[in-house]
Structures are given as structure tokens and as C-alpha cells.
Design a protein around this ligand. Structure first.
Ligand code: ACO
Length: 342
């Protein structure tokens, strides 16, 4: 156990809240694999360009009638099965997504119905690729305050439905999938030690989907102008991502009074291998400390770290008591870093 090597920031100043742990995780990715070679037939690109610039080899694409709520419910059910949780035990469902099934009702409500979780509250949050960590920190507050016993947090995306498949600058980057975590108090663990969240709305337009909201409702003209697709200034996003992820990660570790050597595994948002490497280098992390799976899935936004965390657990990369650093970045701009005693 690593309980002696860190300070629990939430226990400072005599605060009496309960700790919140991740009881279990689960994930789901669609069956269909879209490789870089497949994309060569769709846009003017190459496997060599995509892999060297991003580290991505393939991504998963949802079936025609497979929506964000379907993937979210499958990931959630896996997490529930692992923790031995039944649907009626869930007090709250939070879904982080930028690709809800529809603008309203919340995808969390659709997931609730699919799981048969009748007595839970349910809502969505939107913090793009940072959404899962934002949702986990929100869920954590309800456990810590003794308001709820069991919170289900999900990151789920069907980005294939908002990507412009004619734009080689963006369509090669994204994929579909979902990841989930069950949050509960475990008396013997510190769990979610800290989460540093941030945002910079001044850079909101670097990465956005302009159409479909109250500002530009859907019209024939807005569709024709491509305003219902994801748009991104890749270079500026890249620079902001490295700076924000590094600073958030450093702050999270500073609050716990640890350095990178105490972290068993860093699980960064899986957007671009070069961003992951740049952040890892600045943090002084060894390659074996950093979890990478974006070669298989590309950028799945809010689902990204949730899927990665589930894979890390499945691959036995984490033992109870290990310290994990999750660090994310996304549209908004938003970012977050969390230190967790696993
Ligand atoms: N295939 C071939 N050529 C391409 C492709 C492609 N798929 N895409 C772009 N190019 C071309 C460009 O047109 C450009 O050509 P030009 O010089 O003739 O204009 C050239 O390649 C270089 O483009 P750059 O933009 O300089 O490429 P860069 O090295 O910056 O990589 C990338 C682009 C991969 C998008 C990178 O900027 C990036 O990863 N940015 C960050 C994206 C990100 O992390 N988003 C996270 C948030 S996601 C969320 O919140 C939903």
C-alpha cells in the first residue's frame, strides 16, 4: 500500500467528508474497425501521415443504430457486473458527452431506462474530452458529503456522427466508444485524492461545433455550410493541450505532496501521441509509466480516459493502493488532472 507516501488534500483542515473510491470500471467499443488504410479511400491521406502525426492506427465506428446511450449502457453494465451492483442500487447517473443521442432529454436518462435504474437521479455534463474527470469529481462530491452511496459515471461518445468525413484535418482523429466507473466509499482507501479542473472560455472557438444549438439552429443553409460538424484549429489546440495538461498534472501532484516517481501509471487523454509524449517528457515520466491505447481507438473524447482506465485494470497494470494520475484536455477549452489511490 502507498498510504504513507502522500498527503490527502481532502483530509486537510479537519474536514470530515468520506473518501470516494472507484469500485469498478467497464468499457465498450463498437465492433467496426476503421483503419488508416480504409481512410485512404475516403480522403487524401496516408497511413504514414496519420501514424507519424498522431500515433493512431485505427478507430471504432458505431453501427448505424448504435447510439451514445447504447454504448454508455453497455460500458455501465460491465462496471456494475464487476462491482456486483444492481440497477436499483444506483443513486445517481452522470453521463459526460458532446454527442448526446439528442439535445434533450439527457443521455443519462436514456441510459437509466436501458439499465432499469428507476430510483436514480440522472443528468449529462459537457466538458468535451475533459468530461469524464469533471463527472468523476462531481460524483465524488455526493459520496464525500454522504448524500449518495453509489454513483455511476460514464464517458460516452459517437463522434463519427459529428465528424466531417470530407475534412482530412479532423476525420482521421476521432472514434466512438464508452467507459464507466462506479463510485462508492471504501473505508480502507483514500480513493480520489484530488482533482484540478480548469477552463479557458476565451479559446472556446478553437474546437467547436457551431450549428445545432440556439445560436445557429439547424436550417438547410446551416447544413449546407457544414456547421453541424466538429471544427478544430489543430495547431493551437495542440499547444494549449500540452501546457494545460502539464500544469494541471503538476498541481494535482503538488497538492498530494508527491512527485512523478510515486505515480504507478499516468493515464492521459488519448488525442495525439505527440501530445502524450510532450506532457510525459515535461513531467519526467518513464515510458512504462504512461498508458497509451490511442493507436486502437483514436480520440474518443469523454470516453477516452475511461476506456484507458478500464484497459489498464484489465491488463493488471494497477494494484489496489497504487497511485494513478489521470490528465485530460478538451474543447471549452477545459482540462483536469486527478490523483487517485487505486
Ligand atoms: N492527411 C494528410 N495530410 C494532412 C492531414 C491528413 N489527414 N491532415 C492535415 N494534413 C496536412 C495539412 O493540410 C497541412 O498541409 P499544408 O502544409 O499543405 O497546409 C499539413 O498536413 C500539416 O498540417 P499541420 O496542421 O501542420 O499538422 P500538425 O502536425 O499540426 O498535426 C494535428 C495536425 C494532428 C491535428 C495536430 O495539430 C493535433 O493533434 N492537434 C491537437 C488535436 C487535439 O488534441 N484535440 C484534442 C481535443 S479533442 C476534443 O475536445 C473533442
Amino acid at each position: 500500500m502507498s498510504t504513507t507516501v502522500f498527503t490527502n488534500p481532502r483530509a486537510k483542515h479537519g474536514f470530515q467528508g468520506r473518501s470516494c473510491s472507484i469500485a469498478s470500471v467497464g468499457s465498450y467499443v463498437p465492433e467496426k474497425i476503421l483503419t488508416n488504410a480504409d481512410l485512404e479511400k475516403v480522403v487524401d491521406t496516408s497511413d504514414e501521415w496519420i501514424f507519424t502525426r498522431t500515433g493512431i492506427k485505427s478507430r471504432r465506428i458505431a453501427a448505424e443504430a448504435e447510439f451514445t446511450s447504447d454504448m454508455a449502457a453497455k460500458a455501465a453494465q460491465r462496471a456494475m457486473d464487476r462491482a456486483g451492483i444492481t440497477a436499483d442500487q444506483i443513486d445517481l447517473i452522470i453521463v459526460a458527452t458532446i454527442t448526446p443521442d439528442m439535445l434533450f432529454p439527457a443521455t443519462a436518462c436514456l441510459v437509466q431506462a436501458k439499465l432499469g435504474a428507476r430510483r436514480s437521479a440522472a443528468f449529462d455534463i459537457e466538458a468535451a474530452c475533459s468530461g469524464f474527470l469533471y463527472a468523476m469529481e462531481i460524483g465524488q462530491q455526493f459520496i464525500m458529503s454522504r448524500t449518495y452511496e453509489t454513483v455511476l459515471v460514464i464517458g460516452a461518445e459517437r463522434l463519427s456522427s459529428i465528424v466531417n468525413w470530407k475534412d482530412r484535418n479532423t476525420c482521421v482523429l476521432f472514434g466512438d466508444g464508452a467507459g464507466a466507473a462506479i463510485l462508492q466509499h471504501r473505508p480502507d482507501a483514500h480513493g480520489l485524492l484530488t482533482a484540478c479542473m480548469g477552463a479557458d472560455g476565451h479559446k472556446a472557438m478553437l474546437l467547436c461545433m457551431p450549428g445545432g444549438g440556439s445560436r445557429i439552429p439547424a436550417t438547410a443553409d446551416s447544413v449546407e455550410a457544414g456547421l453541424h460538424h466538429l471544427q478544430m484549429d489543430g495547431k493551437e489546440t495542440f499547444k494549449s493541450a500540452v501546457t494545460a495538461m502539464y500544469s494541471a498534472a503538476q498541481e494535482a501532484m503538488r497538492r498530494c505532496e508527491i512527485d512523478i516517481s510515486k505515480i504507478k501509471l499516468v493515464i492521459p487523454h488519448q488525442a495525439n501521441r505527440r501530445i502524450i509524449d510532450a506532457v510525459g517528457d515535461r513531467l519526467g515520466a518513464k515510458p512504462e509509466q504512461i498508458f497509451v491505447n490511442l493507436d486502437k481507438y483514436g480520440n474518443t473524447s469523454a470516453a477516452s480516459v475511461a476506456i484507458a482506465l478500464d484497459e489498464a485494470v484489465t491488463q493488471n497494470r494497477l494494484d489496489r493502493g497504487d497511485l494513478v494520475l489521470l490528465v485530460v484536455f478538451g474543447a471549452g477549452l477545459t482540462w483536469a488532472a486527478a490523483v487517485i489511490e487505486w
